[in-house]
Design a protein around this ligand. Structure first.
Ligand SMILES: Cc1cc2nc3c(=O)[nH]c(=O)nc-3n(C[C@H](O)[C@H](O)[C@H](O)COP(=O)(O)OP(=O)(O)OC[C@H]3O[C@@H](n4cnc5c(N)ncnc54)[C@H](O)[C@@H]3O)c2cc1C
Length: 309
């Protein structure tokens, strides 16, 4: 795709940056440069931009980058990140004590803390899921037998092509294991979640336990995007990877975690190509041994870097 559209971009109130490195915006700390990066000042800024932007450009949404691998080459198009305060808020809905309204860029961890402080139970599992609530909804994130589907009331979305706003109920999102029917044309701008009456002390204990168990089993504080692959029906991805002998396997600066086999870590200046090639090797070895082709849980976007260009 040519990049003639760059000269036709509408004026914005937020930040519009060109050739912007995305490395520091992902948990893997790898990835290339976006042709354009846009952080809207508020919802109106986002809508005005989308309504008047050229219709032939690729538009990507980035949250906290904790479930994504961005390839090393130039990312054609525009990356929109809702990082301004207009999309990062958490409130109680005034007419209902157990219902929380938040911006799509609010962190899962902050939302679970907010719920605890307001004696709302049911959102404790979000404490174990780094990332924004927008990103969590897209893949129906979950852990410890709880998932977004259990707490979501509705989302507000904006169409990337038309700039039109609409509301989708939880049922309309059709959330299932690490999936949703939310179209890639949509950007989630805000979210309504509902819990139940609880006791902040007990809620805090549950959150502490979740974190303790996660830290014991997963390399939480490394450069990783969490589980690389989804669990196939009636099987655990990590067990298949372990039993295929992949734990500790290394490619360039990337390694299959020795603590949790479904996590790939950038432990020594890995490139995205190192991580993707290692993931492909794991898929091949698991397929060779068990005849099961693992499906990616992490999202992979962008183009590979072409050497000497
Ligand atoms: C250590 C670790 C542990 C993890 N544990 C778990 C776990 O237990 N369970 C689990 O489910 N996940 C887990 N994850 C994965 C990750 O934390 C979640 O998927 C997270 O909610 C992703 O949010 P994000 O903001 O980082 O999204 P990103 O990684 O930035 O983006 C992920 C996808 O969401 C899309 N997206 C982001 N924001 C929006 C938006 N506003 N509108 C539309 N699309 C959007 C992006 O385009 C992309 O396709 C873990 C990750 C790490 C690093």
């Amino acid at each position: 795709m040519d990049n003639n559209y760059l000269k036709d971009l509408p004026k914005v109130k937020g930040e519009l940056l060109f050739n912007y490195s995305l490395q520091n915006l992902t948990r893997f700390k790898t990835g290339g440069v976006a042709e354009v990066f846009f952080s809207p000042k508020d919802k109106k800024d986002l809508l005005d931009f989308l309504k008047h932007a050229p219709k032939d450009m690729n538009i990507y949404t980035l949250g906290f980058g904790s479930n994504i691998l961005i390839r090393d080459g130039l990312l054609n198009g525009i990356v929109i990140r809702l990082q301004s305060s207009a999309f990062n808020y958490i409130n109680l809905l005034s007419n209902d004590d157990y219902t929380i309204s938040c911006g799509a860029f609010a962190s899962n961890i902050a939302i679970s803390r907010f719920a605890m402080e307001h004696n709302i139970k049911g959102l404790e599992f979000l404490f174990g899921i780094p990332g924004s609530i927008g990103g969590a909804i897209l893949t129906n994130a979950g852990c410890f037998k709880r998932e977004i589907k259990d707490i979501l009331v509705e989302i507000e979305v904006v169409d990337k092509i038309t700039g039109e706003v609409s509301v989708l109920s939880c049922d309309e999102c059709k959330l299932s294991y690490r999936e949703s029917d939310i179209s890639s044309r949509l950007i989630i701008t805000s979210v309504i979640l509902r819990g139940e009456q609880g006791d902040s002390k007990i809620i805090q204990q549950t959150m502490d336990n979740i974190l303790k168990e996660k830290d014991a089993a997963q390399p939480t504080y490394t450069k990783t995007a969490g589980s690389t692959f989804k669990n196939p029906p009636n099987a655990s991805a990590w067990k298949l990877i372990r039993d295929a002998g992949c734990q500790g396997l290394r490619l360039g600066g990337a390694i299959v975690s020795t603590k949790h086999a479904n996590f790939i870590i950038n432990d020594n200046n890995a490139t995205s190509a190192d991580i993707e090639d290692l993931a492909e090797k794991v898929r091949f070895l698991v397929y060779e041994k068990f005849g099961i082709m693992l499906e990616y849980e992490i999202k992979i976007i962008g183009a590979r870097k072409v050497e000497n260009s």
